[in-house]
Design a protein around this ligand. Structure first.
Ligand SMILES: C[S@@+](CC[C@H](N)C(=O)[O-])C[C@H]1O[C@@H](n2cnc3c(N)ncnc32)[C@H](O)[C@@H]1O
Length: 275
């Protein structure tokens, strides 16, 4: 770690309330180098002097650190498995036990595509059911700009590339190249700011209590050092209901300390059942 990192962490924390000291130093360094180049600072010490006097640049650096890359139905095999196996089985089990509630959390939801993807699938499946389900989907992130975009629910044509025609027709209105999600999907998802490392709550306060049937935490933990990944894992584990599911990205797996608490549901996707 460079000697200037702690000072930069504390400037970002004072400015935005978020503590990036748990980020992997290699990732922090990469984002920092981009900003050093963008501001034409000669070295990290001069960059530090620059941000001390320039709040706008602290914001730019913070934005560079919250890497928002996401997509609808990102990791298509995982979403196919959820649509054709996991959710139909979950819905049948719920009907059998007369528990008509489904609770889902997209943790680190960025601009909303992950939460809306699951909302569309669930809506399609529940249309075919006679029973009335109470659906709660929560999308949380530390990045308020990303959350504003999620709430706005307007996406470009490029963002539609993974969306099946039926879903495109059923759930989007298109105007001047902008694809706006329909209110019946927007209204299912509750977006809020929530830091996965916040020690005060183990679930987003908006959800009141956890008890989630499915938690998505994809491409978030990869940014954190092992110690912080464990803190996040503990939280996720607690938030998932008995035999609920954790969905990660295909390149991710639960921290080895949690191997006995999660069972992989099949060999193709990073979906884990709580045991
Ligand atoms: C690469 S995006 C992943 C989006 C989505 N889950 C996916 O896989 O497509 C990572 C997101 O995690 C968010 N994030 C990073 N640290 C976080 C934390 N401590 N709590 C909540 N969100 C966090 C970032 O702001 C960013 O929007």
């Amino acid at each position: 770690m460079n000697d200037s990192f702690p000072k930069i962490f504390s400037l970002i924390k004072d400015f935005s309330g978020y503590d990036f000291s748990g980020y992997k130093y290699s990732i922090f360094d990469k984002c920092l180098k981009k900003r050093i180049a963008a501001t034409k600072s000669k070295n990290i010490d001069l960059y530090l002097q620059y941000i001390e006097k320039n709040i706008g640049e602290i914001k730019q650096l913070r934005n560079a650190l919250t890497i928002n890359v996401t997509a609808f139905f990102r990791d298509s095999l995982t979403f196919e498995y959820i649509s054709y196996v996991l959710l139909p089985e979950l819905i049948s089990a719920k009907i059998e036990t007369k528990n008509y509630s489904i609770r889902i959390w997209s943790a680190g939801c960025s601009t909303g595509e992950e939460a809306y993807s699951i909302a569309m699938i669930l809506n399609e499946l529940l249309k075919k059911q006679d029973s009335n389900f109470d659906i709660a989907i929560f999308g949380t992130d530390i990045d308020e700009n990303a959350l504003k975009k999620a709430l706005d629910a307007c996406y470009s044509y490029e963002k539609m590339k993974n969306i099946k025609l039926e879903l495109l027709n059923n759930y989007f209105d298109q105007q001047n190249g902008v694809y706006k999600l329909k209110d019946d999907i927007i209204n299912i998802v509750n977006f809020s700011i929530y830091d996965m490392l916040d020690p005060r709550n183990y679930v987003p306060p908006e959800s009141i209590y956890g008890n989630f049937d499915i938690v998505f935490c994809k491409n978030v933990m990869i940014y954190y050092q092992k110690k912080y990944q464990k803190i996040i894992f503990k939280k996720l584990y607690r938030s998932i209901t008995g035999h609920g599911f954790l969905v990660m990205d295909k390149s991710e797996a639960p921290n080895p300390d949690f191997n006995r608490q999660f069972k992989k549901v099949n060999k193709y996707c990073s979906i884990y059942e709580k045991i």
